[in-house]
Design a protein around this ligand. Structure first.
Ligand code: ATP
Length: 587
């Protein structure tokens, strides 16, 4: 793997390290290189390296990149996961018998699970609230716990949520689920109260590679502190304080430096070469958060002379159709590598619907006509993707989808799916998907495939005979979802399903939070107005700064084309101050 001297120095540093890095500077590449180096050193031993990152998308990206350099059997010597998945699979489940009230088979409650809605409603009813708004449901998913066991996060500013939070956690537990906040809190308590557990985890994991460290929370730092106290592991921490955007969920970027000092981490190394963005985009980034040394454009996009654009006074939909997409075509960029970013889903839903009706392929809110949490949904999408992509399909993504489905069915973390053993079953699944696709399409294929997948997984003993029909019944649920969403079920094709697995032809619509860590050839940022960016409730200097960091993240996702869109709203809000003198200076 090609590394710059700065990246190499970081990878080769043997002690603890805190690496601060600008956007597009190859943090992911550096972490992957370090992970491979760790695995090389651990091969043949019972020890492991843990790479922890923030989102499932980032996990999958790092995992796929690392797997390309490693053999399936190396899976024993490393794991790539979110902090929640790490705590669940490596601490809570293995030591389940020592956690009061916790069953090893507990499932994680994600917000797209219908049980989540039920539990949120029941908890709200407990405190006298009946009709929940979309935002209130969302807030239940944002409840955090600190190391003292107190509920934290800006969701708690809502009085109803603050009162209902304890009910939410106990209803989850009673229903056999665990919520995200409790995963971290219970892990922390286990490591704190039972030194033998902390010792055993730290003995297994010789190194912790932590990406996006700027968005770490207090309880995560406490967990790392307990592991560090065992003096067994090294810590490789990577982050960019200017990209800390999860303050509402309890992120505390100010904890980074003190923690690094406490563990004696070197922190004079930084990465300042931006391999992603064109010079014009880098200039905008520097105007928002100047760095020392300054960020410079060093990648292929450094040859791109396209200026940054502002489309002002039009509806976002019109600006996308009349300005953004024509510019993508003019510059010969790919629609599937382009994104429309906004502060919230609410702004994206209507645009998403309008674009779909206009005939532009999109992936984004409301694009999936069934719930993603349906058991067979992701496996079906990946297998559909494999049928569409032919021999260049990505086996690692199918393994991940099967891993999650098995976890849902059996409550166990079957990491052996990633080994040669697992690959045999996955190959059989892909073969069957292709065979069936020669004769069948759409929902008929989906039904046959779900039955065949159940049979194959049972044949190879991944699931028991009682669970053979679970996939098939989840397809009934997917179809019910589609009917509910008024989708013409008979016209769904394998291609429609596969698009979610490899959305190469579709324009992406996503929130800025979701775009974190990703990059696109072309980016349109919508809603760049006062009241939205910054949000009207942000008043103090530090709240405005946090809003500016969000804007910074959106700006720095773009490689070649960046377009800000200002659409006046009902309140007559002017363009965002971040476009003016104290921002990117395009106004
Ligand atoms: N040494 C290198 N030589 C050439 N290209 C590189 C190098 N390192 C990274 N890149 C490229 O730079 C781009 C950005 O890398 P990456 O996504 O890892 O950035 P990042 O630092 O994680 O960014 P951000 O913090 O903004 O998410 C990628 O396309 C990557 O392939």
């Amino acid at each position: 793997m090609r590394l710059t001297p700065q990246q190499r120095e970081a990878v080769e540093h043997s002690g603890n390290l805190l690496l601060k890095a600008c956007p597009g500077s190859g943090k992911t590449r550096t972490i992957v290189a370090r992970l491979i180096q760790e695995v090389d050193a651990l091969r043949g031993t019972p020890f492991s390296a843990a790479c922890i990152t923030y989102t499932n998308a980032a996990v999958s990206e790092i995992d796929i990149r690392a797997a390309a350099y490693l053999s399936p059997d190396d899976s024993r010597n490393y794991t790539v996961s979110t902090i929640h998945a790490f705590c669940l699979h490596q601490v809570l489940r293995p030591f389940a018998s020592r956690v009061a009230g916790f069953r090893g088979s507990m499932k994680v409650l994600t917000s797209d699970n219908p049980v989540f809605t039920e539990i949120a409603e029941k908890s709200a009813e407990k405190v006298g609230r009946y009709d929940l708004t979309f935002q209130e449901y969302e807030r239940f998913g944002q409840i955090g716990l600190n190391a003292a066991g107190q509920f934290i996060g800006s969701a708690l500013e809502d009085d109803m949520i603050a009162k209902a939070a304890p009910h939410f956690v106990s209803y989850c537990q009673a229903a056999g689920y665990i919520d995200f906040a409790s995963i971290l809190y219970r892990t922390y308590c286990l490591l704190r109260d039972d030194a033998s557990i902390a010792n055993s985890v730290a003995t297994k994991f010789r190194s912790f590679l932590i990406d996006e460290f700027q968005d770490t929370t207090e309880i995560q730092v406490e967990i790392l502190r307990l592991l560090h106290a065992q003096s067994k592991s090294t810590f490789f921490l990577v982050g960019d304080p200017s990209q800390s955007i999860f303050g509402f969920a309890g992120a505390r970027p100010e904890l980074i430096d003190p923690f690094a000092d406490e563990i004696g981490a070197r922190r004079d190394l930084s990465l300042s070469w931006n391999f992603r963005s064109s010079p014009a985009i880098v200039v905008h980034g520097e105007r928002l958060f100047p760095r020392v040394p300054a960020m410079t454009s060093e990648g292929e996009s450094r040859h791109c002379a396209e200026p940054v654009h502002l489309v002002s006074g039009k509806k976002s939909f019109d600006a996308i159709v009349e300005d953004f997409i024509p510019a993508i075509n003019r510059m010969k960029l790919r629609l599937g590598r382009s994104a429309v970013l906004a502060k919230s889903w609410n702004a994206l839903y209507p645009i998403s619907r309008a674009l779909r009706e206009y005939g532009i392929p999109i992936v984004g809110p409301g694009a999936r006509p069934y719930r993603r949490s349906r058991l067979f949904a992701t496996v079906a999408e990946q297998l559909g993707g494999a049928v569409i992509d032919g021999p260049k399909f990505n086996v690692r993504q199918i393994e991940r989808a099967v891993f999650h489905a098995l976890q849902e069915i059996t409550g166990e973390s079957r990491f052996d799916v990633f080994s040669y053993e697992g690959r045999r079953t996955i190959s059989a699944l892909v073969r069957t998907a292709n065979d069936l696709a020669t004769e069948l399409d759409g929902v008929v294929w989906l039904r046959e495939m779900s039955a065949a997948a159940g049979t194959l997984l049972a044949r190879d003993s991944w699931i028991g005979p009682r669970d053979v029909n679970r996939f098939a019944s989840s397809v009934d649920e997917m179809i019910a979802d589609m009917r509910h969403n008024k989708i013409d079920v008979d016209n769904i094709s394998i291609e429609d399903l596969g698009m979610f697995a490899s959305p190469e032809k579709a324009l992406r619509l996503m929130t800025i939070h979701e775009s974190k860590g990703r990059e696109f050839e072309a980016v349109a940022v919508i809603g760049v107005r006062e009241g939205t960016m910054p949000f009207y409730k942000a008043k103090t200097a530090s709240e405005i700064e946090a809003e500016k960091r969000q804007f910074y993240v959106s700006v720095t996702r773009a490689e070649k084309l960046l377009m800000y869109m200002y659409e006046p709203d009902y309140f007559g809000n002017p363009p965002s101050r971040f476009l003016g003198e104290s921002g990117v200076q395009i106004l």
